[in-house]
Design a protein around this ligand. Structure first.
Ligand code: HEC
Ligand code: HEC
Length: 180
């Protein structure tokens, strides 16, 4: 009689334990989808241009792909030594050991034929300021410095003003003072 009760208790205990064990097995986690976060952020206050203060665990809604402008309108340069941006698309233009597609049109010898601005003399100078007959190795990979123009909005705010607009303001202020 006693032995049977003991057996029963042992069986019950085993059942409870196995139930607990099943509970401890990892269950598939159901994670609610992250709330959508506008990828634009606030360029006036956000310095973090890439993640825009969105926590690393939250998915950012990506910006639409920027469209390359291909209508030959040259943009102004913000400062004198800025490499001008490229006013045409450069899809498939190969620049490698054997050929430089950009120089097909931008070399001095062919620029007139293609109605392209020729690269400036700086592009023929080596590091000792000697002028070479061919494009300098320092300027061979054009897109190291020149980028295509796109319709992308700036990711961060930028208060840069060039020297001309600063001088203009200063002269206007001086003129206003002189009138007083
Ligand atoms: C088929 C001829 C052709 C090829 C190839 C070409 N370009 Fe041009 N590029 C032009 C012409 C023409 C212009 C003048 C503006 C216009 O009509 O788009 C120009 C303008 C530019 C300008 C603007 C210059 C300025 O003063 O504003 C840059 C920079 C430039 N190209 C860089 C490049 C780079 C870099 C490559 C190679 C990846 C390249 N181009 C390949 C024809 C060409
Ligand atoms: C190391 C940076 C750098 C590289 C590489 C470079 N450029 Fe430039 N490029 C500049 C700068 C800076 C300017 C503006 C000042 C100047 O003319 O030197 C410029 C100016 C130009 C201009 C305008 C010239 C003018 O007189 O207005 C053209 C066109 C140009 N580059 C084409 C090219 C092409 C094509 C290549 C590749 C073969 C190339 N660049 C490689 C920095 C570079």
């Amino acid at each position: 009689m006693r032995a049977r009760r003991l057996l029963l208790v042992a069986a019950a205990l085993a059942a409870v334990l196995s139930a607990c064990g099943r509970d401890r097995e990892p269950r598939p986690q159901v994670v609610a989808p992250a709330p959508e976060v506008g990828a634009r952020g606030n360029p006036a206050t956000d310095i973090d241009g890439l993640r825009r203060h969105v926590p690393i665990t939250t998915e950012v809604t990506p910006l639409p792909m920027a469209v390359v402008e291909n209508f030959d309108r040259r943009r102004g340069r913000a400062y004198p030594m800025q490499p001008p941006t490229i006013p045409h698309s450069i899809d498939g233009y190969q620049v490698d050991l054997n050929s430089n597609r950009c120089m097909l049109c931008h070399a001095r010898s062919t620029a007139a034929q293609f109605q392209a601005p020729e690269v400036s003399v700086t592009h023929y100078m080596d590091r000792n300021d000697q002028f070479l007959a061919e494009i300098s190795p320092r300027r061979y990979f054009c897109v190291q410095c020149h980028v295509v123009q796109t319709d992308a909005e700036p990711l961060v705010a930028n208060g840069f003003r060039d020297i001309d607009s600063l001088l203009r303001d200063e002269r206007a202020a001086q003129a206003a003072q002189a009138r007083q």
